[in-house]
Structures are given as C-alpha cells and as structure tokens.
Design a protein around this ligand. Structure first.
Ligand SMILES: [Zn+2]
Length: 287
C-alpha cells in the first residue's frame, strides 16, 4: 500500500511540475502504518455501504430479482424434432409418385429417399408386386405410400365395369399379400379414366391418384431434364408423375428432393398429402 501511494505521488508530482523534472523532487512524506490501514478501513466501509444501498434499491425496484430469493431455473426448452413431413398442416407438401414398378432400380431409389429422409408413393403393378414383395414391405416400413397401378396396365376407360373391377382387385390383392394391408389409391394407367372407373373405384373404396406434373421421364431419359421438369413444375399440393423402372429417373431423385426443398417444398407420401381421400374421386393435386 505504501509503495503504491509513494509511486502515485511521484507520478502526480512529475506530471504537475514538468519543468522541475530534473530538479530535486520534494521529499515524499512517509505515511505511518496506522494511517494506511485507516484509509483501507474507510474504503471497505464505504464499499459495504454502497453495496447495501444497491441491494436495497434492487430488491424494491425488482422484487422478483431480490438477491436472497431463489428463482428456480427454467426447464431447458425442448427442441422439436426436425420434421420431414411438411409440418402440421403440410402446406408445403408435394407428392412424388413412381409408376410401373417395383423393379430392379427400386431398391436404389428407396436408399436415396431414406438417406434424405424424404417420402414418395409407389404405384405398383400386380405382377411386379408379386415378384418383389420384399420391396413393398420396405416401402411400407419406411413410410411410403403404395398404390395400385392395376394388373395388366390396360386403359381402364376402354373396359367394362367388371373388367375394371378385376384390374383393381388383382392390384389390391397383390399389395395386401405383400404388406398385410390394402391401399386407398388406384392410379389408372395413362391417366385414362371415365365414369365407369369413377364408379368402380368408388364401390371399392379407393380414390384415383392422377397428377398435375408429368416429367415425361419415360421418353426423356435424361436425369437433368427429369429433375428440372419435376422441380420447376411442382408447387405446393402437386402430384408429380415418374417411373421407378428407369435408371435415369432414379439417378434424378437426389436432385429432385434437393430442388423441391430449395423451393420450400417437402416431398411426402400421398397418404400424407391427402389424409382423407374420397373414394372414387379423381385427384390431380391437393385442393
Ligand atoms: Zn404406368
């Protein structure tokens, strides 16, 4: 303490009397030991006094922040799980649908959707479903929708009610056999439908999944084009048509998923996009 006071006084004197810098500095008075501890005591006393005043003021002005009152720490906010189903109202949802499989490319496509935690719908042909029940099981287990693309891929609008019924029944039977569960969706081949198909699907309690975005991927076997067609054509509520039997279409899947997400859209299953479809109704998109 004494050394500090001595140094401080030296500095003060040197600053105040620069002209006298070379002159003999006045003798710094030696502070008695008792005097130093008195100053320290006074300082401590004033600090304690000031602290008491601040605490008193604080407890009156902010009673909830009174220092003695223990406020329980708020429970840490639980972070919501990241959603990949378009959120509660699915406002930004899009359904990507793949027809004519399952086939040799389908497993690779499922891997891609799994890696990106996205979902799609697979409109299967009965003979292919019978051939690859394990793929249908995987689709179901991973949250995709399975739809009925009939037995023999005929134009349903050229058939009788009975024939349409048989086509639908065969598809449903194949799906049920593989997964233990039926489907709510029929996709008429070529999108060919009419009043007879409306009636037959209504009677069987299934809805018609058509589309508003056709990527024409069966003709345009170019992944970049397929991706552009899907991403540029899609808007919230769209149903996008593709085919999982073409390697180029499967190659485009990452680009499609990423591209839709970059537009603020989320690829979901048809069952997610349309939770309560009306039997017999033709759905080209949601809304
Ligand atoms: Zn087809």
């Amino acid at each position: 303490m004494r050394r500090i006071l001595t140094s401080a006084l030296t500095v003060l004197v040197a600053t105040a009397v620069p002209a006298a810098a070379n002159a003999q500095l006045p003798q710094v008075p030696q502070l008695p030991a008792s005097s130093s501890s008195d100053i320290q005591g006074e300082i401590n006393h004033r600090i304690a006094d000031a602290r008491a005043q601040v605490e008193d003021f604080s407890s009156k002005a902010f009673p909830q922040r009174a220092p003695k009152q223990k406020v329980p720490a708020p429970a840490p906010e639980k972070k919501p799980e990241p959603r990949n189903d378009g959120g509660v109202d699915c406002a930004n949802c899009v359904a990507i649908t793949y027809d004519d499989g399952p086939g040799s490319e389908t497993n690779r496509l499922l891997d891609k959707f799994k890696a990106k935690n996205a979902h799609a719908s697979f409109m299967v042909l009965a003979p292919n479903a019978d051939q690859h029940p394990e793929l249908l099981k995987r689709m179901k287990a991973e949250g995709h929708t399975i739809g009925n693309h009939t037995k023999s891929h005929r134009q349903l609008n050229t058939l009788s009610y009975e024939q349409v019924s048989q086509e639908i029944d065969a598809g449903n039977a194949a799906i049920s056999k593989a997964t233990g569960q039926g489907t709510r969706w029929v996709r008429p081949p070529y999108g060919a439908t009419n009043a007879t198909v409306d009636q037959a699907t209504r009677d069987k309690g299934v809805s018609q999944a058509l589309w508003d975005v056709d990527t024409v991927d069966w003709k345009d076997r170019n992944s970049d084009h397929v991706c552009s067609a899907a991403v540029q054509g899609a808007h919230a509520g769209s149903i996008v048509l593709m085919h999982d039997i073409h390697p180029t279409t499967v190659d485009a899947a990452d680009c499609v998923i990423d591209g839709l997400r970059a537009k603020g859209l989320e690829p979901v299953s048809l069952d997610r996009l349309l939770r309560t479809p009306v039997p017999g109704k033709r759905y080209y998109a949601r809304g």
